[in-house]
Design a protein around this ligand. Structure first.
Ligand code: MN
Length: 129
């Protein structure tokens, strides 16, 4: 039975193929008490999200297999995962990329290089009651 007074830790799926960035996201988010799922691959991200229903997906766009855009499209096309917020983290900074990220289904966007305080603050907005 779930006790509403002591909610379970929020879970975040980190999708990032750069090892240094993955370690950074892992260490920062773990320190905040989040429970983490991690993968460097887009297809695996879709499977993990479907199987584990994380509370948020932190999504790199440039991945080795399918792109983060495609990951977002697939998650938002499936009723089982479409309500999971997706926060894109991308090096793309050119005009139009923000629109492309949002069109793919991502709920928000943070540009690299990432400001850690901004990242944590943005993540918290998805978990606000
Ligand atoms: Mn990448």
């Amino acid at each position: 039975m779930v006790d509403a007074a002591t909610p379970r830790p929020k879970t975040i799926l980190i999708v990032e193929d750069n090892e240094l960035n993955m370690k950074l996201w892992n260490d920062i988010l773990e320190a905040q008490g989040y429970t983490l799922f991690k993968t460097a691959l887009g297809l695996e991200a879709v499977r993990i999200a479907s199987d584990n229903q994380p509370d948020l997906v932190l999504l790199d766009i440039q991945l080795p297999d399918i792109s983060g855009f495609e990951v977002a499209r697939r998650l938002k096309a499936d009723v089982a995962t479409q309500s999971i917020p997706i926060l894109a983290v991308t090096a793309f900074a050119m005009r139009g990329d923000r629109e492309r990220v949002l069109e793919s289904g991502c709920d928000g966007y943070i540009a690299k290089p990432v400001n850690i305080v901004e990242l944590l603050r943005t993540i918290e907005t998805y978990f606000a009651p």
